[in-house]
Design a protein around this ligand. Structure first.
Ligand code: AMP
Ligand code: ZN
Length: 134
């Protein structure tokens, strides 16, 4: 993808604060961090979102997320950890090259990743089970 900023960062055409690199991924510090140590896992090949990502890279990305969560937790001594992955504008995606957010959490950090729980209605439960399982 010629005009994709994360393709350029992942492949080293644009310099970034890199925490990890291998043949498939680069892990960089987010320039607009939610908390200290907020990082992004970027595949080196372009996929706009999770729907386009290969099974192989999806599997490797999750293993890398686990490795980086441990590394960042040990290095920064955070109290918890969120892994977030947005798909589509309505879900908060702003850069349309698949990425996983690694967000160290600290007591009292005020990072707002929560929502107000609703209530699963019988109608929705039946509708969803019918649509997904058929
Ligand atoms: P999302 O909203 O899930 O698409 O996340 C995009 C993330 O990329 C945001 O957290 C931005 O702060 C971050 N971001 C955008 N441009 C850059 C960049 N050039 N280098 C590092 N992080 C970036
Ligand atoms: Zn890209």
């Amino acid at each position: 993808m010629d005009n994709c900023i994360f393709c350029k960062i992942a492949n080293g055409e644009i310099l970034s604060a890199t925490l990890y690199e291998d043949e498939d991924f680069r892990v960089i510090l987010d320039l607009g961090p939610a908390s200290k140590g907020h990082a992004l896992i970027l595949p080196k090949t372009h996929a706009a979102n999770i729907y386009e990502l290969s099974d192989e890279l999806a599997g490797k990305a999750m293993i890398l997320a686990k490795k980086m969560a441990k590394k960042l937790t040990d290095a920064l001594n955070c109290d918890g950890f969120n892994i977030v992955q947005n798909n589509g504008e309505v879900a908060g995606q702003t850069v349309f090259h698949f990425h996983m957010h690694l967000i160290p959490r600290y007591k009292g950090d005020g990072v707002g990743l929560t929502w107000t729980p609703g209530k699963l209605s019988d109608e929705d439960r039946d509708d969803i089970l019918h649509k997904v399982n058929n």
